[in-house]
Design a protein. Structure first.
Length: 254
């Protein structure tokens, strides 16, 4: 069974400890607990594999079940796309199965190969994040507050319709690149993306880059979050430090 101490709400201050719940969940918990500026879907973290369905929130809504390993989303390694994520999970029994599948993915050939390439000897402590899945998603994607390849002081937004495969590389997204300094929002080429979406993602990246104190790699979606705000808006699904290239001369003074 699942001990009640092994299920921690994102709104619990204990969930802000990355050594207990992993980097992804700890960051989302900390940002969610700052208030409603960040649209972080509610959820909970499970810190050990599940043998029964007790103490799981199984409301009949879709859930997203994702990894949150200790060391994941760190400054030296991100584990991006290395562990399983399972969407549209409904019912306690299915949540249990999905949670255990994500726990098992820490030992997958993909994750093992990544650790070997990064010089990491042991598998990290795995936790699993279960969140309300954002509904009526129009678009989703990633955003980098600094260009992840060149290191230029530009925000790079990658987007596609629906809940797609931008993060794991299964699709080719629409890419918008916007200067951070002397930005003229009236002159942004949105490449066919909704202007409101682009501006909301830019605002999210600007704020996170300033508040976190380093360039950020963000996962987002644009849709209606259950049991919360009305209308469409950008929900924050993940925030981590950019690990792809060293960024020199970083400043928040744009």
């Amino acid at each position: 069974m699942v001990d009640k101490d092994s299920v921690i709400s994102l709104t619990d201050s204990a969930c802000e400890d990355p050594s207990r719940v992993g980097g992804k969940a700890a960051t989302l918990s900390r940002l969610k607990n700052r208030g409603h500026f960040y649209r972080v879907p509610w959820g909970y973290v499970i810190t050990e594999p599940v043998s029964s369905i007790l103490n799981l929130d199984g409301r009949k809504i879709p859930w997203a079940v994702r990894s949150s390993a200790v060391g994941e989303d760190g400054s030296s390694s991100s584990y991006a796309g290395m562990h399983d994520s399972i969407l549209n999970v409904q019912g306690k029994a299915n949540i249990k199965d999905a949670v255990n599948k994500v726990f098992d993915s820490v030992n997958s050939s993909r994750a093992t190969a990544y650790r070997k390439a990064m010089g990491i000897d042991k598998a990290p402590k795995m936790c699993v994040l279960v969140q309300e899945q954002v509904q009526n998603v129009m678009m989703s994607g990633t955003a980098f507050s600094t260009h992840p390849v060149t290191g230029e002081n530009k925000t790079v937004i990658e987007a596609e319709a629906g809940l797609g495969g931008v993060v794991d590389g299964r699709t080719i997204p629409t890419t918008v690149i916007v200067p951070n300094k002397n930005r003229d929002e009236s002159a942004i080429d949105c490449k066919g993306l909704p202007e409101l979406l682009v501006k909301q993602v830019l605002s999210l990246c600007d704020d996170l880059r300033a508040s976190e104190g380093h360039p950020v790699d963000v996962e987002w979606c644009y849709g209606i979050k259950p049991n919360a705000w009305s209308g469409h808006g950008v929900s924050l699904l993940q925030c981590r430090e950019i690990t792809t290239v060293p960024v020199t001369g970083f400043t928040n003074d744009w």
